[in-house]
Design a binder for this molecule. Structure first.
Ligand SMILES: [Ca+2]
Length: 458
């Protein structure tokens, strides 16, 4: 046994020396609109560091998270499994993620030093496989300093490959960007996206009139953009640090957003694109093809096997995604034809956490069509204490159990025109309903309480 460990250490050391095992930095943005990034075609937002990494790597523009809220998505990055498989489908509930086969544990076993800082919801970070760093520093990490991380980098650079879970609470609330990021923008010049045209002066109806003016669309949007510039600045500082210790060329950067956020469309906590969509990129100087973009469908569940693939670690059975490395390297690979997701409230039912009971919507989408099936009544009265669905400057997505939505994402990328009642769409609706229910069963979901289609007449 000791002999085998010694051999493994030797092997790891020699691979590191040849530069074959990259450091891996997982950059996780917290609550961001997938269109608020320069490399996603937004010329107004200030994200030069992320744009440079994206440009020097391979971007998947259209990936989906398996849920639209951070605790379950972060657990899915750690475990490589859907929330109903890992059991972590809520933000608020008792159970923590089981550490077996977690990404940091597998990387640690392969010889990596593994560091966590910022957003981290699970139990003891050491049990999860993080050899260094503290979880739960979200309020300070990057917002105040990256000092502890930089010390870790100094200690390990060139000696041992490292994995960094980089998860600041940015651009997440509190939306309090320092002046240097605010002044990058002028409120009156903020671009108005198509879904806000004619509604740009919309204000929340709860607020008093003076408050309303301060919190209109342009103001909120400017604050979001400033927060995103803050995030990007943190990325730039990290890249500079890795360059200064000669590790930039030996580092694989992976970027993902943990869930969406949007002023003007329903987002976080919902099954809509502004909640579940994110770009992903992989950037490793001179190793990963630069200026490469894929617009077809990817899943953030693919991060886990892809990262393990680049680290030379075999992917455990039960991982829900598949490595994107063959795509990145131009080898034959099957493209995803459909994405699936199950959407849950923020709160698990107390002392009876069962995803099959708490799930409120299932959805699937291909490159053109998006289908959603509602399993519970979604009502604003239960929003604060249960659903926590973000609907800033837009209507609450009220639905009845049994309702279905259908959107043509080619013609209607913002899901504003529900076609579920169209006579001509009934075959498609029935087929997609069958597909999503089949997916739930095939991925280990327990029996659901599926309402009749009849209740669809609204
Ligand atoms: Ca989040």
């Amino acid at each position: 046994m000791q002999m085998r460990i010694a051999l493994l250490v030797l092997l790891v050391a020699s691979m590191t020396a040849r530069g074959e095992r990259p450091n891996i930095v997982l950059l996780i943005s917290d609550d961001q609109d997938y269109e608020h990034l320069g490399f996603m075609g937004n010329d107004f937002v200030h994200t030069p560091a992320l744009d440079e990494l994206a440009r020097s790597g391979t971007v998947f523009t259209t990936a989906h998270l398996p849920m639209s809220r951070c605790h379950p998505t972060l657990a899915s990055f750690l475990s490589g499994r859907y929330p109903h498989q890992s059991g972590i489908y809520y933000n608020y509930g008792d159970k923590k993620l089981a550490p077996k086969n977690s990404l940091p544990n597998l990387l640690k076993q392969a010889g990596y030093a593994t560091y966590v800082e910022g957003k981290y919801w699970e139990g003891d970070p050491r049990a999860m496989g993080f050899t260094h760093g503290r979880g739960k520093t979200a309020k300070k990490f990057v917002r105040e300093t990256q000092r502890d991380l930089f010390r870790f980098i100094d200690d390990h650079a060139g000696k041992r490959p490292f994995f960094i879970w980089w998860a600041p609470m940015l651009p997440h609330t509190p939306h309090n960007p320092p002046e240097r990021y605010r002044k990058l923008y002028r409120e009156e010049e903020m671009p108005i996206p198509p879904y806000m045209k004619g509604r740009e002066d919309a204000v929340p109806d709860r607020a008093d009139p003076s408050r309303r003016r301060r919190k209109g669309f342009r103001h909120r949007e400017m604050t979001s953009y400033a927060m995103e510039a803050w995030l990007d600045d943190g990325v730039g500082q990290l890249v500079d640090k890795l360059k200064s210790v000669g590790q930039h060329d030996h580092t694989l950067y992976v970027f993902v957003i943990d869930n969406g956020w949007c002023n003007g469309l329903v987002s976080k906590g919902s099954p809509f694109e502004k909640g579940v969509r994110t770009p992903i990129f992989f950037s490793w100087p001179n190793k990963i093809k630069k200026n490469q973009r894929f617009d077809d469908l990817a899943s953030t569940l693919d991060l886990y096997p892809t990262i393990l693939d680049y680290a030379g670690v075999s992917v455990p059975r039960g991982a829900a995604g598949r490595s994107l490395r063959p795509r990145i390297e131009g080898r034959p690979a099957r493209q995803r034809e459909m994405l699936f997701g199950a959407i849950y409230p923020a709160f698990a039912t107390k002392e009876d956490q069962r995803p099959e009971r708490d799930v409120y919507a299932l959805y699937c989408r291909d490159r053109r069509w998006k289908y959603i099936l509602y399993l519970q009544d979604v009502v604003p009265e239960r929003n604060r204490s249960y659903f926590r669905i973000q609907s800033i400057l837009t209507d609450y997505p009220t639905r009845s159990a049994g309702d279905e939505d259908l959107y043509d994402l080619q013609a209607d990328p913002y899901e504003l025109d529900d076609l579920a009642d169209e006579e001509s769409q009934q075959t498609r609706l029935a087929e997609m309903r069958q597909r999503v229910l089949k997916w739930w069963d095939a991925t280990g979901g327990k029996p659901l309480n599926v309402p009749d289609r009849a209740s669809r007449e609204r």
